[in-house]
Design a protein around this ligand. Structure first.
Ligand code: G3H
Length: 249
């Protein structure tokens, strides 16, 4: 049975004081939920968040990492450094990393390998741009992002992989994919996995949807059979909104 997951990606928001106060609010909201709950603060706030949420059911995860173990990579963070502050899961391949930091499929494959080698769990993101969707190329684009980033792995590795489909045109725009569009793409993603690794592996992988998920649309999106959770941006910056989304499961 695959897991339901709701992960809040704080992106480059919240300094230490704001992190402290949002975590206090999250703890006030926090209760038993039907989904695994995660938050991804900025690197500088990971340790504080980990300590503050140590005895809660909220996992603190990272937004990115480098593929190398250490070395002359100014400004970068390794898997082992993340693990040393309690982080066990990392988001890789977010469309903002791909677009603004030139992260290619090839680079992402190396990052995935490095994270898995350090026994971390990966939330691997991908998604098409508006022009691809309009041209009807969305499945080809997404299929290639998955193949190029992940298909060098053995089936076994997918125990530690979560997928996140985020259509770029729906991120931070207020425009969501319709629940039907999300389901259609998630079913395609699962079929792509099944064709390579078999149905059992495909059925075991959680596929999250991201892109303007809000308290008022989460329930409908999460009701779709192949949508196993959400990667939440803007709405994760408000504890009440975030938990309304978590509790949509
Ligand atoms: O990582 C989260 C996604 O980019 C979604 O962001 P959003 O909910 O603000 O559209």
């Amino acid at each position: 049975m695959r897991k339901h997951i709701v992960a809040g990606n704080w992106k480059m928001n919240n300094d230490l004081a704001m992190t402290e106060s949002l975590i206090t609010e999250l703890k006030n909201q926090s209760q038993t939920s039907n989904a695994e709950v995660m938050i991804a603060p900025t690197f500088t706030n990971l340790w504080h968040a980990f300590e503050a949420l140590r005895s809660s059911n909220v996992e603190v995860i990272a937004q990115n990492m480098h593929f190398a173990e250490s070395g002359a990579y100014t400004g970068e963070i390794s898997a082992e450094m993340l693990k040393s502050v309690g982080v066990q899961t990392v988001i890789l391949g977010h469309s903002e990393r791909r677009a603004y930091f030139n992260e290619t499929d090839e680079l992402l494959a190396k990052k995935v390998d490095a994270a898995l080698k350090s026994n971390m769990r990966v939330i691997f993101c991908f998604g098409e741009e508006l022009a691809d969707r309009k041209a009807g190329n969305h499945e080809t684009i997404v299929g290639n992002q998955i193949k190029n980033g992940l298909f060098h792995l053995e089936a076994e590795a997918f125990k530690n992989i979560v997928l996140a489909y985020e259509p770029v045109w729906a991120i931070g725009t207020g425009e969501t994919a319709s629940p039907e569009q999300a389901q259609e793409m998630h079913a395609f993603i699962r079929e792509t996995l099944a064709n390579k690794y078999g149905q059992e592996t495909a059925n075991s992988v959680s596929i999250l949807y991201g892109g303007s998920v809000k308290p008022n649309n989460a329930k409908e999106i999460f009701s779709k059979p192949d949508v196993d959770g959400g990667l939440i941006g803007g709405a994760a910056l408000n504890a009440e909104d975030f938990y309304t989304i978590v509790n949509a499961f």
